[in-house]
Design a protein around this ligand. Structure first.
Ligand code: PBG
Length: 329
């Protein structure tokens, strides 16, 4: 008898066949576009971020106009970071009622009621020292920081945020946020916890974008050691116990093993953050003509979804929508 071998190519012959047997599909509802909103006397200001080509620090009305164009092409959700005029030791602009993110949330929700507005809950863009919590004797204090993180999340919810996403990596912050939201009448506001967030070099370009480089030391006493996988499962379990509605893995592409581990272990929705370094590497290589940025972005995002992400935070979102490269739903 003739030797039978596997003919995998049968199902790859034409584009229609390939589409019929495709296992993973990206849609616009999988993607969230991050924006940096700048507190500035000129609300129309648009400052290009050198390390992230095509991304800007946007004044309030520039943000609304930029989002308007993106919504017209199908954008469904945004993540907001704020860059305040004044920073202090306690990051008080993070939880100020008239803080820049709070203003931006109100404007966006008023103009685009259907848009899902997610806020990044952290202190590092607001503290003079650039760390994600309060400092005493050169150390980031966990428990005293919790109250400020919770107040920040509450002020975002009061402004109309649809989802809050704490990224500070203090222990107990999900419980603290859930508690304050529930007590204040925001039990309907979900928490996406940056549960498994590594102390990664891939955040480099973001620190220029958000002006949040620590003035001393680094974030390794609160963000996770890149060498650890099992520890990520413990972080995930803790955040679910504290009331997180969805968990995030960050960065994304270098940590697909972690994403897959979580997918196998938990039934909750999972998010992944394709971070600034992942974005800027593709942009930089594309500038040299070494790879096709759009094809590479689509491949990365498909891989992240294939590994188990339900939701992906990506700086490529609006560009892909503009070019009509992904279906809306
Ligand atoms: C704030 C925060 C950071 C990022 C998201 N939220 C920076 C950091 O932790 O240093 C990184 C996002 C990116 O690199 O795109 N804590």
């Amino acid at each position: 008898m003739e030797c039978q071998f596997h003919r995998g190519r049968r199902l790859r012959r034409t584009e229609t066949l390939r589409a019929m047997f495709r296992e993973t599909r990206l849609t616009a509802s999988d993607l969230v576009q991050p924006y940096f909103v700048l507190e500035h006397e000129n609300p129309e200001v648009e400052k290009p971020i050198g390390s992230m080509p095509g991304q800007y620090q946007l004044g309030l009305s520039a943000l609304v106009e930029t989002v308007r164009k993106a919504v017209d092409t199908g954008l469904q959700s945004v993540l907001l970071f704020g860059i305040p005029k004044e920073k202090d030791e306690r990051g008080s602009q993070a939880y100020a009622e008239e803080g820049i993110v709070q203003q931006a949330v109100r404007e966006l929700k008023e103009t685009f009621p259907e848009l899902v507005v997610v806020t990044d809950v952290c202190l590092c863009e607001y503290t003079s020292h650039g760390h994600c919590g309060l400092i005493r004797n050169g150390e980031v204090q966990n428990d005293p920081t919790l109250e400020l993180i919770a107040r920040t999340a509450l002020s975002h919810a009061r402004s109309g945020a649809d989802i809050v996403a704490p990224s500070d990596m203090m222990d107990g912050r999900v419980a603290a946020i859930r508690d304050i939201l529930d007590k204040d009448g925001y039990s309907h506001v979900p928490i996406i916890s940056y549960a498994v967030k590594y102390a990664s070099s891939f955040y480099g370009p973001f620190r220029e974008a958000a002006e949040s480089t620590p003035s001393f030391g680094d974030r390794r006493s609160y963000q996770m050691d890149v060498a650890n996988a099992r520890e990520g499962l413990r972080e995930a379990t803790a955040d679910l116990d504290e009331g997180a509605d969805a968990l995030m893995v960050k960065p994304a592409l270098p940590y697909l093993d972690i994403l897959r581990d979580l997918r196998e272990r938990f039934d909750c929705p999972l998010a992944a953050y394709q971070v600034s370094g992942e974005f800027s590497m593709i942009k930089a290589a594309a500038k040299e003509g070494w790879l096709d940025p759009i094809a590479t972005a689509l491949e990365s995002l498909t891989a992240i979804k294939r590994a188990g992400a339900d939701l992906i935070f990506s700086y490529f979102t609006t560009e892909l929508l503009e070019k009509e490269l992904i279906p809306l739903r």
